[in-house]
Ligand binder design. Structure first.
Ligand code: BV8
Length: 249
């Protein structure tokens, strides 16, 4: 007699393997089991300790560049010391078997490090710096997590900043266009580890639902999306994919 957990995993495996076009969108929760703090929720999340608009906005950077720079350098040291978990590896392995479009709101790069080839990184890349002056266009890898805040080595007209999308900044048109196209055409949309509060990312599930896709959410907590999904798996993502990986072998 299959236990409930095994039945759930078999159903999820079958759903993934029979999907014609599978879209998965991840948020900070998919990296929680790698030891990286999420943004909202319990007491040690980022936004429970800091004001997001002070730390993740151009205005906050202009007001206190050193404070924002130090926060990102601290996050880089956290991410640099972290390893992908079973959810990152499981999604990379799944993409070997089924047509999977992977969208992430995360900037930690763990999907790439787990082997995912195609990742739509909506909010940019933590481990990259760019010139604050958009017309300069200078970019570089962020390798020294203790490096001081400096002005752009190319134009000298502005500070270097993390190559991420802050609140009030537009996502790249190509990221939005690719994600909208994929969600419009998918038959299964899986939201993993996101509180579904940040737009336009949070809107992709609605696009998928409007296109008739089956919506699945993997998240131990209820979110703004939970009432709209067809199937809620209220479990940690790493645990779910640990089980799935044994079926994917
Ligand atoms: C834009 C910087 C055009 C990168 C971040 C429409 C309606 C309302 C508001 C808006 C709208 N359109 C635009 C806005 C404004 C704003 C917005 O959405 N505000 C919200 C808060 C109301 N959006 C923007 O500004 C976007 N830009 O639209 O441009 C424009 C221009 C000018 C003016 C208006 C519009 C830019 C959005 C990007 C912002 N950048 N961060 C960085 O430093 O990381 S946001 C930040 O939140 C992160 O990027 C993160 O990716 C994102 C989403 O958070 P989550 O990933 O969901 O994380 P969270 O902690 O919230 O949730 C984690 C979940 O995991 C929880 O549910 C938890 O239960 C779960 N979990 C925990 N453990 C596990 C788990 N799940 C599974 N397994 C586990 N083990």
């Amino acid at each position: 007699m299959l236990k409930t957990q095994e039945k759930m995993l078999m159903n999820l495996y079958d759903t993934f393997m029979t999907a014609k076009r599978l879209v998965v969108m991840t948020g900070a929760g998919v990296s929680a089991e790698s030891g990286i703090a999420t943004f909202r929720g319990d007491q040690d999340s980022y936004w429970s300790r800091f004001d997001p608009y002070q730390l993740a906005s151009a205005e906050g950077f202009i007001e206190a560049p050193q404070r924002v720079w130090d926060w990102y350098q601290w996050r880089r040291s956290q991410v640099g010391a972290a390893q992908p978990n079973a959810a990152h590896y499981g999604l990379a392995e799944l993409a070997q078997s089924v047509p999977l479009f992977l969208i992430t709101q995360n900037v930690d790069g763990l999907h790439h490090r787990a082997g995912s080839q195609q990742v739509c990184e909506l909010h940019g890349r933590l481990m990259m710096n760019r010139c604050f002056n958009p017309s300069c266009g200078y970019r570089e890898d962020a390798i020294d997590f203790s490096a001081p805040l400096i002005t752009c080595p190319r134009c000298q007209s502005a500070y270097l900043r993390p190559d991420v999308v802050w609140f009030g900044e537009s996502l790249s048109a190509s990221s939005i266009q690719q994600s909208e196209a994929a969600t419009t055409e998918c038959d299964v949309f899986v939201s993993i580890g996101t509180s579904a509060q940040v737009y336009p990312a949070a809107g992709f599930a609605q696009i998928a639902a409007a296109s008739g896709a089956q919506l699945i959410e993997i998240n131990p907590e209820a979110t703004a999306l939970t009432s709209q999904v067809d199937w809620v798996i209220a479990e940690p993502a790493g645990k779910v994919f640990e089980g799935l990986r044994s079926l994917l072998k």
